[in-house]
Write a protein that binds this ligand. Structure first.
Ligand SMILES: Cc1ncc(COP(=O)(O)O)c(C=O)c1O
Length: 454
């Protein structure tokens, strides 16, 4: 039975006659948010049911995926306060235009598809050779990743699910708590976990590795049991913390000792501004124990264009000695037919010297936002983490419920944030604030928060 803890008002659309059947009226609700327009679709429910049982693993999920849930709160708020100027510092979508040096290449590629010479159909499932090479030469210049180990994808989120297909349901797993919800939710859907435990806020059969200020945002590995898989994201979403070289050396050593595989998500690596590693492959020995997922989304504003990659090193093998890269190649060929050739042309333009420089300008813009928001919270005496190596701030409200803080900020300032527990039980008492936004929204948010907390 689906249950949401979000106490959303229930909406029952009126029944209408549709294709000879009485159905609930489907509705498309348009709404405006800080960044643009989007659509919430309510599904059509017929009175006729199939005899197909629902996937029991999906039944275990506690609520909708976090970000659509936040959008529903946003929608409800707009409905209640139609004149409010809502600012979204929630979902963490990019807002600034992609530099035209990149979009012009995509446009040229797109136009060429209308010509006999320029038309291309399916490409290699693993991605365009030139793009794979460009990634090894720019992102992995000093760490020896081969272009044949890079698999181009339609984004990191999609590759998280493909990696779940690769690993199957019979492996044990650990995850940072808090962390990006994609790892836990896709593991539940895969059937790897037990039921959700209301008391702890955790799924059975997942090892939650608490990462907070008390342990320098790095798990206590001396008390972490061995698992087959360790999901690790650095810089972390939501805490914004980038693991240090020393911490990553410990993680790799731990994985080697236990014969585990680290699934390392480096989606925010481009935001690192200190000497923290930008790739797990900077750590000696990581090639034998790690897969790295990455993305053009936050790096180049490609959240809508869709492009990412995954690196599977040749040295990584299963317990029977079979190379993981061969199985991943099989998964990619079976469940993915390659990324859009237009997106890949954009990716290649991003990695050209001029494109790369233009993207640094975008990242610097968001860094300035991060600075403004960190200064705002600090000036109010609030303890804030992150905001230096990733576009997220992790703001502490000791003793408070993260959902209460989220609702209070929304009600009083019309600003959307994200309650920390959306990222795991370790997020209680925190909210995540995204610094991805137009400058005028960031400045206005800073003003409203100052008025609220001063
Ligand atoms: C840590 C992390 N991994 C992956 C993703 C998904 O990225 P993509 O847009 O490439 O699917 C996100 C998106 O916010 C993220 O925060």
């Amino acid at each position: 039975m689906y249950q949401s803890h979000l106490s959303l008002p229930t909406y029952t659309p009126p029944a209408v006659l549709f294709q000879g059947k009485m159905v609930q009226n489907s509705s498309m609700v348009h709404k405006e948010r800080g960044v643009g327009m989007f659509i919430t679709r309510r599904f059509t429910r017929t009175v006729c049911q199939t005899k197909v049982p629902r996937n029991a693993n999906l039944e275990k999920l506690q609520n909708g995926y976090l970000f659509p849930e936040i959008s529903r709160h946003e929608f409800e708020h707009i409905r209640k306060h139609p004149d409010a100027k809502l600012i979204s510092l929630g979902i963490g979508d990019t807002t600034e235009p992609i530099p035209d040096i990149i979009t012009l290449d995509m446009a040229a590629h797109s136009r060429a598809l209308s010509t006999a010479e320029g038309y291309r159909g399916y490409g290699a499932e693993q991605g365009n050779k030139e793009l794979r090479k460009a990634i090894t030469e720019t992102v992995y210049r000093d760490v020896g990743v081969k272009d044949t180990e890079v698999f181009i994808s339609d984004g990191a989120q999609c590759d998280i699910s493909r990696i779940q297909l690769l690993l199957g349901s019979n492996v044990t797993m650990a995850v940072q708590d808090p962390s990006f919800p994609g790892y836990v939710d896709s593991s539940v859907i895969m059937g790897r976990t037990g039921e959700f435990q209301e008391v702890t806020g955790k799924y059975a059969n997942i090892e939650y590795m608490k990462c907070g200020p008390e342990n320098d945002f790095f798990p206590d590995l001396s008390t972490t049991p061995r698992t087959d898989i360790i999901f690790f994201v650095s810089p972390n979403n939501p805490t914004g913390y980038a693991a240090s070289r020393d911490q990553l050396e410990k993680l790799v050593e731990f994985a080697k000792k236990n014969g585990s595989i680290i699934i390392y998500d480096a989606a925010y690596a481009a935001y690192i501004s200190d000497d923290s590693p930008r790739s797990i492959f900077e750590i000696p020995g990581a090639r034998e124990v790690a897969i790295e997922i990455s993305s053009f989304s936050k790096f180049a504003g490609f959240t809508g264009v869709r492009l990412g990659w995954t690196v599977v090193p040749e040295e990584l093998v299963f317990s029977n000695g079979f190379p993981v890269i061969k199985d991943f190649d099989r998964i990619v060929c079976t469940s993915f037919n390659g990324a859009s050739n237009i997106s890949q042309a954009g990716g290649l333009a991003c990695l050209s010297p001029e494109g790369y420089k233009a993207i640094q300008g975008l990242i610097d813009f968001y860094r300035e936002n991060m600075k403004i928001m960190v200064e705002t919270f600090e000036s109010l005496g609030l303890k804030v983490y992150g905001g230096k190596n990733a576009p997220y701030l992790w703001v502490h409200f000791p003793g408070s419920s993260s959902w209460d803080i989220f609702r209070m900020i929304l009600e009083k300032t019309h600003i959307i944030t994200i309650p920390g527990t959306g990222f795991g039980p370790g997020g209680e008492g925190y909210i995540r604030v995204s610094a991805l936004g137009h400058r005028k929204c960031i400045l206005e948010a800073s003003k409203r928060l100052t008025n609220l907390f001063k």
